[in-house]
Design a binder for this molecule. Structure first.
Ligand code: GLY
Length: 373
C-alpha cells in the first residue's frame, strides 16, 4: 500500500506530519532525521507498555539506533492504571537519571494510555521536550495520537490533570494493528464511526458502503479510514485547539453516556468504544426529541454500528444514577449536562439538556432498546 502524509496545521503551532503506512516503524529513525527539531536530537527515549514491549519495541529501537540516536526505553504496566501521577513521577525520575535534556525526544509507542503518559511527561519535563506519537491501536491512530491532548487520572476522575501539547510527528504503522484483539479493534471502529457521523455525508456513506471490509481489516480500507479520521480531526483541532471555541466539543459525541457507563459499570467492563457506540445511539435517540432529528438518521447510524461489530450494549442502570454520573463528568458545566446532538449526518450542535428530559429519555431508550433486542 502507498504511504500517506497528512500535514496538521494548527494556528500558533508548528505544523506536523502524520504518516500512515504499513511497516513504517522500521523507517522511523531515518524519517525523524528529516524534521529539523528531531534531526537535532541526540537521544531518544521510547516509552511503551508491557503489552507492546514484546511486539514492537525491539524494531523501533533498532530503527532509532540505526539513525544514530542514543536510545533508551521505559516500559510502563499495560492498562489505565499507568495514567497516574505516580507513574508520571517515576517516568520524570527516569528521564532525569537517563540524562535527557531539552534536545532529547520521546517516542510514545503504544495505545491511548501510552500516548497520554508519554505526551504528558514529555510536555512537562524541562518545560517540554519533543514527542513523536507512534500509535499501535486503531483507537489511538484515529483519534488520540493527533490533537495534543495529554492527561493522567486522579481519584476525582479521568483525565483531570493534563496539557495540550502537540507532537512533532505522528507515525501510524498499520502493520501493528494485526495484533489487536476484536475488543480493541471494534473499540477503535466506534471512534472512527463517530468521526464519520460528525464529519459529513461523504465520510459517513463511504463508511456504510465499506463497513464489512473495514470490519474484516482490509488493509487499504483501514488505511483510508485512518486517513479520513485524521483529516477530519486535524480540521477540528485547527479551529479549536484547546476546546474553548465550541468546535472541538463535537468530538465528545456519544461520550456523555459512555463516560457514565464506564463509571457505573466499572472501567474495563466494556471497552471505551463499545460504551461510545451505545452513547451515540442514545444521543441520536435524544436528538429526535430535543432538536427534531429525523429517525432515519438514528436508524442509519445504528445499522453502521451493527455492521462494525458494535451491537447494542447489554447494560442498563437507574436513570437517576446515570444522570448523577453525567453530572460528575468534567465536561458538565454549572450542573448542566451537555450533549452533542445530531440533527443529521454532519450537522451537530451542543445542547445543555434539562434533567427531566434526560431521565425520561433514558427510561424510554432502555424500553425501546430492550424491546428490539
Ligand atoms: N479525543 C477527543 C479530543 O481529542 O478532543
Amino acid at each position: 500500500m502507498q504511504n500517506t502524509r497528512i500535514v496538521v496545521s494548527i494556528p500558533e503551532e508548528a505544523d506536523y506530519d502524520v504518516r500512515i503506512g504499513s511497516g513504517i516503524r522500521a523507517d522511523l529513525g531515518r524519517r525523524m532525521r528529516s524534521y529539523p527539531k528531531l534531526e537535532a536530537a541526540s537521544s531518544a527515549l521510547v516509552i511503551t507498555d508491557s503489552n507492546v514491549e514484546g511486539l514492537y519495541l525491539r524494531s523501533v529501537k533498532a530503527s532509532l539506533a540505526d539513525a544514530g540516536y542514543e536510545v533508551a526505553d521505559i516500559v510502563v504496566p499495560a492498562g489505565e492504571g499507568s495514567k497516574s501521577l505516580q507513574v508520571a513521577s517515576e517516568v520524570w525520575d527516569a528521564m532525569a537519571s537517563l540524562g535527557l535534556t531539552r534536545d532529547s525526544c520521546v517516542i510514545a509507542l503504544g495505545g491511548g494510555v501510552v500516548g497520554d503518559i508519554a505526551g504528558f511527561t514529555a510536555s512537562t519535563y524541562m518545560r517540554g521536550i519533543s514527542v513523536v506519537q507512534a500509535p499501535t491501536t486503531l483507537l489511538s491512530m484515529v483519534d488520540s495520537s493527533v490533537g495534543g491532548k495529554t492527561a493522567v487520572n486522579l481519584d476525582a476522575g479521568k483525565n483531570m490533570v493534563g496539557t495540550f501539547y502537540q507532537p512533532d510527528l505522528v507515525c501510524a504503522d498499520i502493520e501493528t494493528l494485526a495484533t489487536l484483539d476484536e475488543r480493541e479493534w471494534t473499540c477503535g471502529l466506534a471512534e472512527a464511526a463517530k468521526s464519520a457521523v460528525i464529519d459529513s455525508d461523504d465520510f459517513f456513506f463511504w463508511m456504510v458502503e465499506n463497513a464489512q471490509g473495514i470490519f474484516a481489516r482490509e488493509e487499504e480500507l483501514v488505511a483510508e479510514t485512518i486517513k479520513r479520521c485524521i483529516v477530519f480531526k486535524a480540521g477540528v483541532v485547527a479551529r479549536d485547539k484547546q476546546e474553548t471555541a465550541g468546535v472541538r466539543e463535537c468530538l465528545n459525541y456519544g461520550h456523555t453516556l459512555a463516560h457514565a457507563i464506564e463509571t457505573l459499570a466499572g472501567y474495563g467492563t466494556f471497552s471505551h468504544g463499545a460504551a461510545v457506540a451505545e452513547g451515540m445511539r442514545f444521543a441520536a435517540f435524544l436528538s429526535e426529541r430535543v432538536i427534531g432529528a429525523d429517525p432515519a438518521f438514528t436508524e442509519a447510524q445504528g445499522e453502521l454500528l451493527d455492521s462494525l461489530g458494535l451491537p447494542h450494549l447489554d447494560w442498563s442502570a437507574e436513570p437517576h444514577d446515570i444522570l448523577q454520573a453525567m453530572k460528575h463528568d468534567k465536561k458538565a458545566r454549572a450542573g448542566h449536562v451537555r450533549f452533542v446532538l445530531m440533527k443529521d449526518v454532519g450537522a451537530w450542535e451542543v445542547s445543555a439538556v434539562p434533567d427531566d428530559v434526560i431521565l425520561d429519555g433514558l427510561e424510554d431508550y432502555f424500553q425501546m432498546r430492550d424491546g428490539v433486542r
